[in-house]
Design a protein around this ligand. Structure first.
Ligand code: F6R
Length: 597
């Protein structure tokens, strides 16, 4: 993952721009950070393990007109000062986002030529190799072109050559990289948001591009030298602010009524849907995504098949990109991504695009690569999501799948007038229902009873199971409790042996057609000592002995029910993680945007 930034401009601004940019990029990784800046013809490097704030503490104000910076999500080599970027070799100092896949082979070749290595990283090998190319070419553009031919994998580089003190070079393949400019300044960054408070003039670098930034001028080389295309970034500056909440995650959970309202509004009319591309010509849909976004796909499959009668396959992007895929011109590939930069999802999108298959992106960041490369885009309006664990973007993605299912069901004449009215009414009341649920729900007591356990299970059938997959991920990623989601009927085929006296088992019971079956499965775990906690819709609530505790969720139309169902689990995960003293907004080992495969 990692985030990179670069700046050439005003001497008092360089270090603040780098630090501010790195803070905006911290969602891409927070294992360590570092900057290199130019002063009196010397390159100075400062690094710190952990958060950007640790780096900031080490920095004193300095005049410098040029610098590069990096925030790291460790891939090769543990988080340490030594492995932190910027890396130096000979005349080269660089920062890197990506993975150099053939670094072992390159390292071997370079070692035989007498080069020495001091870190465990793939990036140091890239630095040494670029220096090696430069020492023979004596020209940076030729050296970088030569390096491009040998480096395999993904990269966005910001590079300084000590012999060219006023220049930053950039080079990109597969990892995102943008340039920015004002009258007297030049920028590079992994994400335009890192520089958007300084400039809205942006140039998205194409695959294989090399850029030279100097003297208020950008020279761009693709096959040959080309004129950069500048576009104006159409986003508002959003200052990150917890707004009185203890954590961003909690703030984002409480923003959900508004997020859902903003997301669904542009697509609904008095009688149905609007602004959704014509999708009913497709005979099959493939949904491809990672993590929570993949989990929204599981829900999407269920509701599109149920309401629109179209077969849907859901695929994990890291698998999909390398497997034999069965699609044709009647297939629509839907990719789902909050960040719009997830490497595997992007690669899957490109695979379908290259094969001439129509693609649609459900995406939150509309400036992202996925948003730019998909044939159709359905943006969700979650706003900036800071907490690493997604909540509001997940919910917005669920609502987008409900709109797709609704639109397809309408187009395929599968809904009666009465059911259409019911659905439209449910959409109208949904934001208020979410608000009331958030206001009235209390998960503290249950959280206190379960937070010390090491294993927690989530059971559900059908669409409830799909929600359980997300509930389980949410819990484990922020509380570090091992948990598993199971299709309720499947547990007895092996996993039930893990149920012990008092093991917490959360069950989601909201599907009227099969709830009795789920209850039988809950009784099976209760008979083996489980502490059974039921999350149940109002309609299905009854006095019974199959649960020890329960949380009631209001009813809405089945198409929208999943949107309400996940909310108790978001809050439970949050409370449990808080009781365990975890770093809720930045869980260990994670990053918000996963730009390596
Ligand atoms: C979990 C979470 C991740 C992301 C996944 C895909 O809370 O946020 O599982 O859903 O990394 O990220 P995007 O949606 O940016 O493609």
């Amino acid at each position: 993952m990692c985030g990179i930034i670069g700046y050439i401009g005003r001497k008092e601004k360089t270090l603040p721009v780098l630090i501010e940019g790195l803070k905006a990029l911290e969602y891409r990784g927070y294992d360590s950070a570092g900057i290199a800046y130019q002063k009196n013809n010397k390159i100075n490097i400062i690094k710190a393990v952990g958060r950007i704030s640790n780096l900031e503490e080490k920095i004193t104000p300095q005049d410098s007109t040029l610098g590069i910076g990096h925030t790291r999500w460790a891939t090769h080599g543990k988080p340490s000062i030594k492995n932190s970027h910027p890396h130096q070799a000979g005349d080269i100092t660089l920062v890197h986002n990506g993975i150099i896949e053939n670094y072992v082979e390159l390292k071997q070749t370079l070692s035989e030529k007498g080069y020495q290595f001091h870190t465990e990283t793939d990036t140091e090998v890239a630095a040494v190799f670029i220096d090696y190319c430069y020492q023979s070419a004596k020209n940076m553009i030729s050296a970088l072109k030569k390096a491009q031919k040998r480096l395999k994998g993904s990269y966005a580089f910001g590079i300084i050559n000590h012999k060219e003190p006023n220049v930053i070079y950039a080079m990109k393949k597969e990892s995102p990289l943008v340039l920015g400019k004002t009258e007297n300044e030049l920028f590079l960054a992994s994400d335009p948001l890192a520089i958007s408070s300084h400039t809205k003039e942006i140039c998205y670098l194409k695959e294989g591009s090399i850029a030279k930034l100097e003297n208020n001028k950008v020279t761009l080389f693709e096959e040959k030298e080309i004129t950069p295309t500048w576009t104006t970034l159409n986003i508002e500056d959003s200052k990150a602010d917890k707004n009185g909440y203890e954590h961003y995650m909690l703030k984002e959970i409480y923003e959900q009524p508004k997020v859902i309202e903003n997301t669904i509004k542009p697509y609904l009319t008095e009688n149905g849907t609007q602004n959704i591309p014509d999708l009913h010509k497709y005979h099959k849909i493939q949904i491809v995504a990672c993590g929570s976004a993949y989990h929204t796909g599981l829900v999407g499959k269920y509701i599109i098949e149920k309401f629109a009668n179209i077969p849907v396959e859901v695929e994990i992007a890291s698998e999909y990109r390398y497997k034999k895929v069965f699609y044709d011109k009647k297939t629509l590939v839907i990719v789902v991504s909050q960040s719009g930069e997830t490497a595997d999802t992007l690669a899957s999108l490109r695979k379908a695009n290259q094969d001439g298959i129509d693609t649609l992106a459900i995406v939150n960041v509309i400036t992202s690569t996925i948003a730019r490369e998909a044939k159709y885009i359905l943006p969700v309006k979650a706003g900036t999501e800071i907490a690493v664990a997604t909540t509001k973007a997940y919910l917005a993605q669920l609502s987008m799948f409900s709109l797709i299912a609704f639109e397809l069901a309408l187009k395929n004449n599968l809904l009666s007038e009465k059911e259409t009215e019911d659905i439209l009414y449910s959409y109208q009341t949904l934001p208020k229902q979410i608000k009331n649920l958030l206001k009235n729900i209390n998960v503290k007591e249950i959280s206190e009873k379960v937070y010390k356990h090491n294993d927690i299970f989530f059971l559900g059938r059908g669409i409830d199971y799909s929600i359980c997959t997300e509930a389980s991920l949410k819990l484990k990623e922020i509380s570090y409790i091992h948990s598993e989601a199971y299709a309720a009927g499947e547990l007895k085929h092996g996993t039930i042996s893990l149920i012990e006296e008092n093991t917490p088992v959360f069950s989601l019971i909201t599907d009227k057609d099969i709830y009795e079956k789920t209850i039988s499965n809950i009784k099976e775990v209760k008979a083996r000592g489980a502490n059974s906690i039921a999350i149940i819709t109002k309609e299905l609530d009854e006095e019974s002995d199959y649960y020890d505790e329960k949380i009631i969720v209001p009813n809405t139309h089945t198409l929208l029910q999943p949107i309400l169902n996940i909310i108790p689990f978001q809050l439970l995960s949050y409370e449990i993680a808080k009781l365990r003293g975890c770093d809720i907004d930045k869980p260990k080992n994670l990053a918000k945007s996963v730009t390596v495969e």
